[in-house]
Design a protein around this ligand. Structure first.
Ligand SMILES: Nc1nc2c(c(=O)[nH]1)N[C@H]1C(S)=C(S)[C@@H](COP(=O)(O)O)O[C@H]1N2
Ligand SMILES: [Mo]
Length: 523
């Protein structure tokens, strides 16, 4: 029989458990740090004491996104698609777990080094917070408090576990307590993270109180805009089904009461426009199809909506752009930028400072309170959400967010078309089959759509009503399907008579091309 005062020599098993115990100490401290910081950030954001940049997890993630090299970004989008944000957060969780466990292991052998490592990691998070656009000094408070809690736990564990030259196995009770503390900490982090990513009370209240003013020109969408085939994307896409693309892990919360739009740079008069001034302007309504440059042939990163807003050209006319300017750099509340040709914002097209989407206030994730919508250009060079500044400048002097990341400085939308039904790989019954989808060439317009079955001749599809050159058109072709395997291709003809190219190009650097083709089995 052995006694407590006469311990056995350390065995392999004890060493393993000891290793695990110290790693757990590190993990627990990391989880407590983040849990406390996220909880504090959630509370402080809710009460409006700090901006949305107080969350260390979001700040580090967004800083990482902004500094991701182009190849890694391409890799992430290829592998994870629109789940890339979830993938990033998961990756961060894994890296943090390893780092925190490392701090715990160091604590057993080289406590000073462990504290130094912990403080360095904390300093990195603080730096990430402070370099976020719009960050203020108080945004570091949650992370500092979390860090203090984490350090206190490290210290308590160290005095309790009394490390020796050997790995000392913590007793079962300590391990259980630590596991529980880590889990609770991580749980709080997750919950508080949700609180942060949810709309703050002030912004939600402002949004639900806002009625989109009646525009001076109201759009009427003829029923013929839809070809009436089930499975084709609706002509006007409801906001909650509209694709979303941005670099924000959590959409910026912008209170209209404090929002303003500054017009700066090469202008006769700098202008600051308030929310009250903006919504008192004569607003226009426009049907515009937005499209992401990352949209693959056959992809779904596109949507059509009725936007309500004030023409950007009217604002620019008040500011008076100076000779020589050829670009407007728009900046969002989270520091993202787009470079738009000055001509596209002054040439009379429906480029809007939009406050409404399908008659409702913009959803927060689509840019509330104000975004830009410019017909004819991919979103990355025009559709700035949460817009706060328009700088009149030149392509020689400035560049938008995606340009140094490998995307073209200019991004006019290319002619495209997509088959929505039948879906690729579908099985259909022989006889009449509706082949249908959409075609687009924003701000030029679509005059025709043609469909080809296998190696047959191009057949003319019936087009939905032409609502505006700025929006997509639906089309349908009644196919007399015979049994067998068939491939169906589509191509569009734009308003200049140009036929959509068959040459396939990847999205980078300025938009994908090629004919969308689906394969179906007819029985
Ligand atoms: N502030 C901000 N605006 C942005 C972006 C962004 O990352 N940040 N992405 C742009 C891109 S690439 C596209 S395709 C459109 C998408 O708009 P949506 O999310 O409303 O569909 O927003 C544009 N506006
Ligand atoms: Mo995009």
């Amino acid at each position: 029989m052995t006694t407590r005062t006469d311990p056995k020599p350390t065995t392999e098993a004890d060493r393993d458990r000891g290793w695990f115990g110290w790693a757990l100490v590190g993990f627990a401290s990391g989880a407590l740090t983040l849990g406390a910081a996220e909880l504090m950030a959630g509370i402080m954001v809710r009460f409006g004491w700090i901006g949305g940049t107080g969350s260390p997890v979001l700040a580090v993630g967004e800083t990482f996104i902004d500094h991701t090299p182009a190849w890694l970004k391409t890799f992430a989008v290829n592998v994870f698609g629109t789940a890339d944000k979830v993938a990033l957060l998961t990756g961060m969780g894994i890296v943090l777990t390893v780092l925190a466990a490392g701090v715990g292991l160091l604590l057993a052998r080289r406590p000073t080094a462990a504290y130094v490592a912990f403080v360095l990691l904390l300093a990195l998070a603080l730096a990430a917070i402070l370099i976020r656009p719009g960050a203020s000094a108080t945004d570091v408070v949650p992370t500092l408090l979390g860090g203090a809690a984490g350090l206190a736990l490290l210290n308590a564990c160290r005095s309790r576990l009394r490390p020796t030259a050997q790995w000392v196995a913590p007793d079962r009770r300590t391990v259980l307590q630590l596991s529980a503390a880590s889990l609770v900490g991580a749980g709080i982090a997750a919950l508080a993270g949700q609180a942060v990513s949810g709309t703050t009370r002030a912004v939600a209240a402002a949004r639900s109180a806002f009625r989109v003013p009646t525009p001076v020109s109201k759009v009427r969408i003829p029923s013929g805009a839809s070809v009436g085939v089930a499975g084709v994307v609706p002509f006007v896409v409801p906001a909650d089904q509209f694709y979303r693309i941005d670099t924000a892990l959590s959409p910026p919360e912008v209170d209209p009461a404090t929002w303003s739009l500054k017009v700066t740079g090469m202008v006769e008069r700098e202008i600051t426009l308030s929310w009250a001034e903006l919504i008192a302007k004569p607003l226009q309504e426009a049907v515009v199809t937005l499209m992401c440059v990352s949209n693959e042939v056959g992809g779904d990163l596109t949507g059509n909506a009725v936007w309500t807003g004030w023409p950007v050209r009217d604002l620019l006319a008040l500011a008076g752009p100076k000779a020589g300017a050829d670009m407007v750099l728009s900046t969002s509340a989270d520091g993202w930028t787009a470079g738009t040709p000055l001509t596209a914002l002054t040439d009379g097209r429906n480029a809007l400072l939009a406050v409404g989407m399908n008659g409702e206030p913009l959803p927060v994730e689509h840019g509330f309170p104000v975004r830009m919508v410019v017909p004819g250009l991919y979103g990355y060079v025009s559709a700035t959400k949460w817009v706060t500044e328009l700088k009149v400048t030149t392509y020689a002097d400035d560049e938008g967010y995606w340009t140094p990341r490998g995307w073209s400085a200019k991004g006019p939308v290319k002619t495209g078309s997509r088959i929505d039904v039948p879906a690729d790989g579908a099985t259909v019954s022989a006889g009449k089959v509706a082949v249908a989808g959409i075609a687009w060439r924003q701000h030029v317009g679509i005059d025709g759509v043609q469909v080809r079955i296998d190696d047959g001749d191009w057949q003319t599809a019936r087009l939905g009503a032409d609502v505006t050159v700025d929006a997509w058109r639906q089309w349908v072709y009644e196919w007399d399907a015979r049994a067998g395997s068939h491939s169906i291709a589509v191509r569009a003809v734009d308003h200049t008579g140009a036929v959509q190219t068959s040459a396939s190009a990847a999205p980078a650097p300025d938009g994908a091309t090629g004919w969308h083709t689906v394969n179906v089995t007819v029985t």
